[in-house]
Ligand binder design. Structure first.
Ligand code: KG4
Ligand code: ZN
Length: 346
């Protein structure tokens, strides 16, 4: 194989993301210039079931991925190979995620890498989310504390540089996004829950209910299952309560805890800044609260654009570019791992 052993400033990486319910492809140059980013959401497909149906997701990825990849290549001025320039490497999410969905992206990426005779890079989805913050803020100084809040994960890490992560805290039960999704389903607000709660909350009173802020003043771990139970109890006790007030009060409780944890983490380790990553980081009130606290404490906040918070392939291409340079290509024999964790320093 005539593969580039290391990545450089003009190395062009095609990223592919199919770990859950978004089919995405993107081209990123030099690890930070996003030449194209295409995300085809399956929200409508799963909404009727109130959540992601793994079998349907896998089948939809199969149908959508090739056109999404073609579009991302065309948008970046690249081609599929018969004529014209192809990417220098292909990166795909290898986990964590739904195994049937992951395999669609990994197989496509390996096939393209083989056909183009370029390296394949298997990317950790969680690491991809961490790179999303860097895409928009390439000049930030280390270490930064990153709060990764997605549908399946809630993790507070100290990032000392690309590939160097130390665990500061994590949820003891539900992920933050999972809490948004469960409360939205309970209130009949639909799927995905985060944006639905945020919309409903705009017309609500965040002080209408005094929901618990678990572990607010204790350490850096988090817990959301009690909050979800408190919402259910409160609504049953007050059937006249509006969805707007419940959503606003719930959202405020989650935001209060998330902001307290990320800022405390940053103070504890003397971080140069704080970052948000993952789907919940698209939440407007959370973003505002983190910016407010960061000004108050004099710790810079680096927020990825909303589009880079939720699942996308630009973050996969960016992480893949770095990995290719620092670690090298991934074997075509390597598989997907639905339970892959973020690689942490001892
Ligand atoms: O990172 P992501 O797109 O996929 C995973 O890797 O899980 O995160 C999806 C999660 C879902 O739980 C969704 O409800 C939540 O992020 N989310 C939000 C918002 N947008 C997406 N939560 C709160 N506010 C939002 N605006
Ligand atoms: Zn994600």
């Amino acid at each position: 194989m005539s593969q580039v052993a290391r990545s450089s400033a003009d190395t062009t990486v095609l990223g592919i993301e199919t770990s859950c319910d978004d089919t995405a492809a993107a081209v990123v140059v030099g690890g930070r210039d996003v030449a194209s980013s295409v995300v085809s959401s399956q929200v409508d497909l799963h909404a009727v079931y109130g959540g992601v149906v793994p079998e349907l997701a896998g089948r939809a990825h199969l149908e959508l991925l090739s056109p999404v990849v073609r579009l991302a290549l065309a948008d970046a001025g690249l081609s599929t190979g018969s004529a014209g320039r192809v990417p220098d490497a292909v990166a795909a999410t290898v986990g964590p995620g739904l195994i049937g969905s992951l395999l669609v992206g990994v197989s496509e990426a390996k096939a393209l890498a083989l056909a183009w005779d370029v390296p394949f890079v298997g990317v950790n989805h969680l690491e991809g989310h961490l790179f999303a913050a860097l895409l928009d803020h390439p000049g930030l100084e280390w270490p930064v504390v990153v709060l990764l809040v997605s549908g399946g994960h809630t993790l507070l890490v100290s990032m000392e540089g690309p590939g160097r992560y130390r665990r500061l805290g994590a949820t003891l039960d539900d992920a933050a996004g999972e809490a948004f999704d469960k409360v939205a389903r309970f209130l009949g607000l639909g799927y995905p829950g985060g944006p639905a709660i945020e919309r409903a909350a705009e017309a609500g009173d965040p002080t209408a209910f005094a929901f618990p802020r678990a572990l607010l003043d204790e350490g850096l771990d988090l817990s959301f299952s009690g909050l979800k139970t408190a919402v259910v109890r409160a609504v049953r006790a007050r059937p006249d309560a509006t969805n707007e007030d419940v959503a606003a009060s719930f959202q405020r409780a989650v935001v209060d805890v998330l902001v307290a944890k990320v800022m405390r983490g940053a103070q504890d380790i003397g971080a140069q800044g704080v970052c948000l990553a993952g789907g919940v980081a698209a939440n407007g009130p959370l973003r505002e609260a983190v910016v407010g606290a960061s000004v108050e404490l004099g710790i810079p906040a680096y927020l990825p654009s909303r589009a880079m918070c939720t699942d996308n392939a630009a973050m996969v291409a960016a992480a893949g570019w770095w990995q290719l340079g620092a670690v090298g290509a991934t074997s075509l024999e390597a598989g997907a791992d639905p339970n892959l964790g973020l690689p942490l320093l001892g």
